[in-house]
Design a protein around this ligand. Sequence first.
Ligand code: ASP
Length: 325
Amino acid sequence: MTVALFTLGGTIAMAGTGSGGVVSRLTGADLTAAVPGLAGIPLDVRDVEAVPSAALAYRQILDLVDAAGAAVADGAAGVVVTQGTDTLEETAFLADLVWPHPEPLVFTGAMRNPTLAGPDGPANLLAAARVAAAPVARDLGVLVAFNDEIHAARFVRKTHSTSTATFASPNAGPLGHVIEGAVRLLTRPPRHAPLPPVDSDRLAATRVALHTVTLDDDPALLDALAPGLDGLVVAGFGVGHVPPDFAPALGALAARMPVVLASRAGAGSVLRDTYGAVGSETDLRRRGLVCGGLLDPYKAKVLLRMLLAGGAERAAVDAAFARHG
Ligand code: ASP
């Protein structure tokens, strides 16, 4: 029973250069050597990248999903991916949208790099390997194991810039915990059918932007953003509200491309038909915006880009957000 380990870099793999800050340069062999508890779990280690997670792109994650799929087809019980935490909520969600296998694909990383006191990477890697090897973690899609908690990729958020307890699922809570080394699942959300594969060139050419509205925001910013865009996510106030003079501008954009309404609040859903003012969720839906539901703006952007890269028409975009949001 082998677990495949793919390393992409991030703080978990960082070490000093002697001439400045830490950079990603530890290999999978270095990472696993720091975790004696891993001895009982045979690992097939593949070093893919050694980069800060801000440098990752969709194509690398989709290629990684393919390689992880090949690993489970070859008999791996599950797969662990180590990477930087900054973009992990997006990469894990992207992987979850396309991961078709029952085996667990588990993302993890670290908040304290290995040069600091109490680095969390070794414990996170051990927990992730235990989850990847656990039969009870099958059929849950892509997971995030961090701080001895197990989160569904579709719910998890990075909620703190430095805390080792940064990953949380504000709308759902963790799916489970790793307790005394055992994987304990508390709840099993149903999975969605995976999205079809997308063409690399089409993905690279698909441009989706995210605009977060702010107090006294300037709608002219949308005009600057719009040319060349295929889709837009708007992170509105609260339940999905924007300043009144944004409403016609967003309506005009929604006539040309899918514009998805999400909330900048950090948790909770945008509403559909409670408020009636200009710029409210009801007004924006009437003007053609798509309701993002419970999806946070970052996940909404990932889903919209994948849908558009896959050639989804407006009805398919609506249906996908109704399903995932
Ligand atoms: N900046 C780092 C990264 O995302 C942070 C981390 O790994 O936690 O690569």
